[in-house]
Write a protein that binds this ligand. Structure first.
Ligand SMILES: *Cc1c(COP(=O)(O)O)cnc(C)c1O
Length: 365
C-alpha cells in the first residue's frame, strides 16, 4: 500500500508543545506557563475587538495599513517596511520558506526558541545550534558555527526560555561578522520589557543594511496572544519577498483592530512595563533566597534551575506546584530538564508561587 509522500524533513519535526492551561480537578488555577501579559490586554484593545465584532462578514485590510501606521508611529519605524503576520511565528515560518531549503542550514543558539528548528525543518533545511556561555548567546560561537550552507541566523534577544540577552554592541559585532548573504533575524519578542541601558531591539541594524530583520509580537507586553499578531521590520527587498508569499489576508480583522488600539495605548503599556520592573526582580530575589539558581532574565519570566538539590528536582517541583493549582513550564524540550520557566504574573500570583516553592523546599516557618 502506498500513501501520499510527505516532503523530507517534515516527519523529523518534534511538534511544538504550548504551555498547559488546565489542571484536571483543580478549581482556580494560576497560569504562568506561556509568558502572557500579567495584566491582560489593554482595555482599548478589548473595546476595538468588541466594535469589530459587528463586521465579521467583512474581509480584513490585506495591507494592514492602519495597524502598520500605528506601529510606525509608536515604534519609530518606517511603516512601509513593516510586514504583519499571524503571530511572529508566521513571520519566522515565512522567512524560512523564502530564504532556506533542502541542503541549507538555519543557525540559532543552543537554548534558542523552538520555532526556529521547527520552521527550518518544515522547509527541508537543517537546524544547527551553537553553544552558549552561561545560558547566553555567544557571538563567537555563533560565528564559528557558520558554514557555506548557512542561510539564516535567528537570535532571540532577550531569549526565551533563558531570559538572557546580548548588548547592542554584541549584536552589531555578530552582524559585522556575518557574510552579507546570511539573513540575521533578531527576534525581539520581549523588547518592550527590557530595562537595560546597553540593550537595543535592532531598528538601526535593520535600517543600516540589507540582511537584518527584526521581529516583534503582540503576544507578550500587549497581552494579545489569543489574537495571533506579530510584525517584522525589514529591508525593502525582504519586505517585498515576504509580501509575495504571505496569504493575502494573513492577519484577521479583529487582530488588526485590537493591535492598533493596543500599540497606541501607551499608558497601559507603561503600566505593564512598570509592573514587570517591580515583580521580576522581586521574584528573582525571593527564589535566590530559597537557594534556587536563576538566570538574569530581562523578559517577563524567570528560568529557575533545581540542579544540585537532590530529590528536589524540577519535575518534583512542577508536580507540587500543579497540586496547588499552579501551571509553569517544564523545560526538557529545550534541553534544560533541571529547570522551570515561570512567567511574571500579578502580585498575588507571584506571592503564591514563591510561598508554594518555599513549602516544596521545606523552607516555610
Ligand atoms: C512568545 C515568543 C514569540 C511570539 O510568538 P507569537 O507567534 O507572536 O505569539 C516569538 N519569539 C519568541 C522568542 C517568543 O518567546
Amino acid at each position: 500500500m502506498s500513501r501520499p509522500a510527505v516532503q523530507s524533513g517534515i516527519l523529523d519535526i518534534a511538534p511544538y508543545v504550548g504551555g498547559e492551561s488546565d489542571i484536571e480537578g483543580a478549581g482556580q488555577i494560576i497560569k504562568l506557563s506561556s509568558n502572557e501579559g500579567a495584566l491582560g490586554p489593554s482595555p482599548a484593545a478589548a473595546e476595538a475587538f468588541a466594535v469589530i465584532s459587528r463586521d465579521l462578514h467583512r474581509y480584513p485590510d490585506g495591507d494592514c495599513a492602519a495597524l502598520r501606521t500605528a506601529i510606525g508611529e509608536v515604534h519609530g519605524v518606517d511603516a512601509a517596511n513593516v510586514v504583519c503576520g499571524s503571530g511572529s511565528d508566521e513571520i519566522i515560518s515565512l522567512i524560512c520558506q523564502a530564504y532556506a531549503g533542502p541542503g541549507d542550514e538555519v543557525l540559532y543558539s543552543r537554548h534558542g526558541f523552538l520555532m526556529y528548528p521547527i520552521s527550518a525543518q518544515a522547509v527541508g533545511a537543517t537546524p544547527v545550534t551553537a553553544p552558549e556561555t552561561d545560558l547566553t548567546a555567544d557571538v563567537d560561537a555563533l560565528l564559528a558555527a557558520v558554514t557555506e550552507r548557512t542561510r539564516i541566523l535567528f537570535l532571540a534577544n532577550p531569549n526565551n526560555p533563558t531570559g538572557t540577552y546580548i548588548s547592542a554592541d554584541e549584536v552589531t559585532r555578530l552582524r559585522d561578522g556575518l557574510r552579507d548573504d546570511i539573513l540575521l533575524v533578531i527576534d525581539a519578542a520581549y523588547a518592550e520589557y527590557v530595562e537595560r541601558p546597553d540593550y537595543d531591539a535592532g531598528v538601526n541594524l535593520v535600517e543600516g543594511g540589507d540582511n537584518v530583520v527584526m521581529t516583534r509580537t503582540f503576544s507578550k507586553i500587549y497581552g494579545l496572544g489569543g489574537m495571533r499578531l506579530g510584525w517584522a521590520y525589514c529591508p525593502p527587498a525582504v519586505a517585498d519577498v515576504l509580501h509575495r508569499i504571505r496569504g493575502p489576508f494573513n492577519v484577521n480583522a479583529a487582530a488588526q483592530a485590537a493591535g492598533a488600539a493596543a500599540v497606541r495605548d501607551a499608558a497601559f503599556t507603561a503600566k505593564v512595563r512598570a509592573h514587570n520592573a517591580r515583580w521580576l526582580p522581586w521574584t528573582r530575589d525571593q527564589l535566590l533566597a530559597l537557594g534556587l539558581k536563576i538566570t538574569d532574565s530581562a523578559g517577563n519570566f524567570v528560568l529557575v534551575c533545581f540542579d544540585g538539590l537532590d530529590a528536589n528536582t524540577a519535575e518534583a517541583a512542577d508536580g507540587f506546584l500543579k497540586q496547588h493549582g499552579i501551571i509553569v513550564r517544564r523545560m526538557a524540550g529545550y534541553g534544560l530538564p533541571d529547570c522551570l520557566r515561570i512567567t511574571i504574573g500579578t502580585e498575588a500570583e507571584m506571592r503564591t508561587v514563591v510561598d508554594t516553592l518555599a513549602r516544596f523546599l521545606g523552607r516555610n516557618e
